[in-house]
Design a protein around this ligand. Structure first.
Ligand code: OXD
Ligand code: MN
Length: 593
C-alpha cells in the first residue's frame, strides 16, 4: 500500500523515517484522501496554502494598508472553543486517567474514532505536518507528526511550531514521535471527540477545527501527552507563561506563571512597565506552555515548546497589552473577530473603530451578542513580538527564579503570597480556583478548582501529577520560589481592587526582592505576605481600603477554604501524596491557632 507515494508535493521526503511513512500509508488507506501533501514548512508552501484558502473564501484578506498580511477566518459557529466534555484520556487502566479526566477504554476509543475517520478525507487533501515542540536543537524538545485535512490547521501549525523538513529530520532512526490524527469531519458537535492515548503517544481528534482541539501540537501534545511523559521521566509539562524580568541594575530573573485560560497569561508575558518603574524590562519567552526540567546545577530550567501565540483577542488594546496590540497589526491570522467598514479587524475592548460585520459575517446588531466572539483569537509568530526574548531559542532553556500560580477570584485570595517551602507551594498550586472563561464551551464565571491551571490539560491522574511535582522538588537544590497571585479581587460593588496589566510589575518587583533576599515579609498561616509599605505604589492611586483588602488574610474564610481544598483533594484520595494532605493540615492548624 503506497498511498503516501502519490503525494502532490513530489515524493515522500527523502528524510522521512519508515515509521512515519508506514503510518501515513495506514491513515491514507483508512481516510481515503484524494491527495497526500507532505509539508516542508517553507514560505512558498505556506503562501500557496494561504492563497488556496483565499480563493475558496475560507480566508478573507484584511485591509492591506493598515493590517498588511493579515487574514480573517470564520469558524463554524458551533466550533469556537475547547470542548472539555468531549475530550478523553484513554489509558489501559481507567485509574491512570484519574477523576480529573473523561476516560474511555483505548480499544473502544480507537474503534469509535476509526469509524469516524473511515473515508472522511474523500475528495480532500491529507496534509502530513511534521513539527517540533521546542528549539530544534534542544534535548528537551519533542517531535510529532499531525495528519490533518485542514489547510487552516496547517497554516496555524506553521506559526505555532517549528514545522517542516527539519522537524521530520529530528524524528531520526528510533522513530519516536507523537502521532496526531485530525479531521474536521462535517463539524457536527455530535461527531466531535478529542481522544488521547498517552501510552501510545497518540492523539485522534475529529469534528473540530478550533485551535485547542485541532492544532494537536498545543494542548493535546505539549500538555496532555507531555504531562504523562513528564511524570514518567521526572520533569514537568505546564500551562505556564515564561518571562524574563530585568531590573534597572541589569539582573535578569526568569519567572513562569500558571493561570487558567483567558486569565491574562499573554498580557503578563508581554507586560510593559508603567512609567514610574522605568528601568525595568519584561521580555517574553512564552505565553502559554512551559516544559520544566531539573538541571544538573539543581535549578529548574524552562523551555517554551511553542513558536507562536494563539491569543485571546477581545480586551487587547494599547493600554492592556501594547506589545500584542502592535504585534497583531501585521502577519496575523485572526479567527472569529468582527470587521469594520474599512475592512479592519474589530473586537470588544479595542476602544477605537466600529464593527459593521460580526464574527459570523452578519451585519452587526448588538441584540445578537458581541461583535467579536469572546474567544476570538490571533495566531502570530512569537518573533513578531518586539519584546521577544532570544533566550526562547536557547536549547538549554532558562533557569527559573520563581513560579506563580493564579486564578480569577473575586474574594479571599490576596494580591500575592509566598509559599514557605516547595511542598507548601505545591499545595498552593493544587488549591487554585478560578472563575471559568469563554476559552471552553461551558458556563462562564463559575468558580471551579483548577490545580496549577491544568484541570483541562493534565493527561494523568492528578494524584500522580502532584506526586511528580513533589519529586521534582526533591531534585532541586536551588528551587524557584513559589507564589500565588490574584489580579482579579473585587469589592462589593463589583469593581476591581487592583488595576492589573502593567501595574502587576509592582507585584513582580516584590517577588524579585524576596528571591534576592532584599526584603522581609509578614509570616501568616497561608504563607509570606508583603506589608503595605513593602510594595512600590508610587504614582498609583487605589480606592480607599483596597490595599488593606488586597493584603488581608481572612482567617475564617481561609479555614473554610482549606476545608474545601480538603474535600477537593479527597476526590483523588487513592493516589493523593500524603505530603500534600500534611501541608493542608499544617496550614489549617496554623489558621486555627
Ligand atoms: C488556550 C487555552 O488557548 O488555554 O491557550 O484555551
Ligand atoms: Mn492556554
Amino acid at each position: 500500500m503506497a498511498t503516501a507515494l502519490k503525494s502532490d508535493n513530489g515524493t515522500v521526503p527523502a528524510n522521512a523515517p519508515r515509521s512515519v511513512v508506514e503510518w501515513v500509508d495506514q491513515v491514507a488507506a483508512l481516510t481515503r484522501p484524494a491527495r497526500v501533501h507532505w509539508c516542508n514548512g517553507t514560505k512558498t508552501e505556506i503562501d500557496a496554502l494561504r492563497s488556496s484558502l483565499i480563493e475558496s473564501q475560507d480566508l478573507l484578506p484584511l485591509n492591506p494598508e493598515s493590517f498588511p498580511n493579515c487574514y480573517l477566518y470564520r469558524s463554524d459557529p458551533s466550533d469556537v472553543a475547547r470542548v472539555e466534555h468531549l475530550t478523553f484520556v484513554c489509558t489501559q487502566d481507567k485509574a491512570d486517567a484519574g477523576p480529573n479526566n473523561h476516560w474511555m477504554d483505548p480499544q473502544a476509543a480507537h474503534a469509535k474514532m476509526d469509524a469516524l475517520f473511515e473515508g472522511c478525507m474523500e475528495g480532500r487533501t491529507l496534509y502530513v505536518v511534521p513539527y517540533c515542540m521546542g528549539p530544534l536543537d534542544s534535548p528537551y524538545s519533542r517531535v510529532g507528526v499531525e495528519i490533518t485535512d485542514s489547510a487552516y490547521v496547517v497554516i496555524n501549525m506553521a506559526i505555532m511550531t517549528r514545522m517542516g523538513t527539519d522537524a521530520l529530520a529530528r524524528i531520526g532512526a528510533d522513530g519516536h514521535f507523537v502521532r496526531g490524527l485530525h479531521s474536521t469531519g462535517d463539524l457536527s458537535p455530535e461527531r466531535r471527540f478529542i481522544m488521547h492515548f498517552p501510552e501510545e503517544l497518540a492523539i485522534k481528534s475529529f469534528g473540530s477545527g478550533y485551535g485547542g482541539n485541532a492544532l494537536l501540537g498545543k494542548k493535546c501534545h505539549a500538555l496532555r501527552i507531555a504531562s504523562w511523559q513528564a511524570r514518567q521521566e521526572g520533569w514537568l509539562a505546564e500551562h505556564m507563561l515564561i518571562l524574563g524580568l530585568e531590573s534597572p541594575e541589569g539582573e535578569t530573573h526568569y519567572v513562569a506563571a500558571a493561570f487558567p485560560s483567558a486569565c491574562g497569561k499573554t498580557n503578563l508575558a508581554m507586560l510593559i512597565p508603567p512609567e514610574v518603574l522605568n528601568g525595568w524590562k519584561v521580555r517574553t519567552i512564552g505565553d502559554d506552555i512551559a516544559w520544566l526540567h531539573p538541571g544538573p546545577d539543581g535549578r529548574l530550567w524552562a523551555i517554551n515548546p511553542e513558536a507562536g501565540y494563539f491569543g485571546v483577542v477581545p480586551g487587547t488594546n494599547a493600554m492592556s497589552n501594547r506589545n500584542a496590540y502592535e504585534m497583531i497589526r501585521r502577519d496575523t491570522l485572526f479567527t472569529n473577530v468582527a470587521v469594520t467598514a474599512d475592512n479592519e479587524p474589530w473586537w470588544e475592548g479595542l476602544k477605537t473603530g466600529t464593527p459593521v460585520t460580526d464574527w459570523q459575517g452578519r451585519p452587526y446588531d448588538p441584540a445578537q451578542g458581541p461583535a467579536a466572539h469572546p474567544n476570538s483569537r490571533f495566531t502570530v509568530s512569537a518573533t513578531r513580538n518586539t519584546d521577544y526574548d532570544p533566550q526562547a531559542d536557547n536549547p538549554a532553556g532558562v533557569p527559573l527564579s520563581a513560579i506563580l500560580f493564579g486564578g480569577r477570584r473575586r474574594t479571599l485570595t490576596p494580591l500575592i503570597y509566598e509559599a514557605e517551602s516547595w511542598n507548601h507551594g505545591v499545595l498552593m498550586g493544587a488549591g487554585v480556583a478560578s472563575e471559568t472563561t469563554a476559552a471552553a464551551t461551558s458556563q462562564v464565571g463559575v468558580l471551579r478548582r483548577d490545580p496549577m491551571a491544568m484541570k483541562p490539560f493534565a493527561g494523568l491522574h492528578f494524584g500522580d501529577y502532584w506526586a511528580n511535582w513533589l519529586s521534582v522538588g526533591k531534585k532541586l537544590t536551588q528551587p524557584p520560589r513559589l507564589f500565588h497571585v490574584n489580579w482579579f479581587r473585587r469589592d462589593d460593588s463589583g469593581d476591581y481592587l487592583w488595576p492589573g496589566y502593567g501595574e502587576n510589575l509592582r507585584v513582580l518587583q516584590w517577588m524579585v526582592s524576596r528571591v534576592t533576599g532584599k526584603t522581609s515579609a509578614r509570616s501568616t498561616p497561608i504563607g509570606f505576605l508583603p506589608s503595605a509599605h513593602d510594595l512600590n505604589l508610587s504614582g498609583l492611586t487605589l480606592k480607599e481600603g483596597a490595599l488593606d483588602a488586597l493584603l488581608a488574610v481572612d482567617n475564617a474564610g481561609w479555614v473554610q477554604e482549606m476545608h474545601e481544598v480538603g474535600e477537593f483533594l479527597a476526590e483523588y484520595k487513592d493516589r493523593l501524596p500524603p505530603e500534600l494532605e500534611a501541608e493542608r493540615t499544617r496550614v489549617l492548624e496554623r489558621l486555627k491557632n
